[in-house]
Design a protein around this ligand. Structure first.
Ligand code: 4NP
Length: 161
């Protein structure tokens, strides 16, 4: 079993959506027994809250239910527990390494897994907080495509799963 933690700042917009899309794609690929996912925020500002209504709405539009998730802050021990830690942007990644002392090789940027030629290395998933539903749609599209690339990477790396 490989475990994956998706991380953003508030754990209400991007990372809950990433977790929902990942679980959905893993299920569709028949890989469910091999992977376990969670999400967390580098801040505890929204601890205990459900995902943002914009994330819930765009997920629902594509047949994915994320409303049962609850925001939680990152814990230092997550760096030991999880095999893959996927940060939504460079600020999240830097905070995981510098502040939470997560092992560097475990921490990846979400968009680095994208297979699209337009997706240059180092790009972040834009923060849709405080923006319109169009911004949540854009985040969904970026995540959906990046997660497909991430799952291809995982399938290659863990062929026996
Ligand atoms: P997220 O978005 O990191 O994708 O969950 C944000 C949510 C809340 C805040 C910032 C970003 N905030 O400043 O409270």
């Amino acid at each position: 079993m490989q475990s994956v933690l998706f991380v953003c700042l508030g754990n209400i917009c991007r990372s809950p959506l990433a977790q929902g899309i990942f679980e959905h794609q893993i299920r569709l690929a028949g890989l469910e027994p091999g992977f376990d996912a969670d999400s967390a925020g580098t801040s505890g500002w929204h601890e205990g809250e459900p995902p943002h209504s914009g994330s819930i709405a765009v997920a629902r539009k594509y047949g994915i239910a994320i409303e049962k998730q609850r925001s939680r802050p990152v814990h230092a021990k997550d760096g030991e527990i999880f095999d893959y830690i996927i940060a939504m942007d460079a600020a999240n990644r830097d905070s995981l390494i510098a502040e939470f002392r997560f092992p560097k090789p475990k921490v990846h940027l979400m968009r680095d897994f994208s297979l699209s030629p337009d997706n240059k290395k180092g790009l972040g998933v834009p923060d849709p907080w405080g923006k319109t539903s169009a911004a949540f749609e854009e985040v969904f599209a970026i995540l959906d495509e990046s997660i497909a690339g991430f799952i291809s990477f995982l399938k290659e790396r863990h062929e026996r799963l």
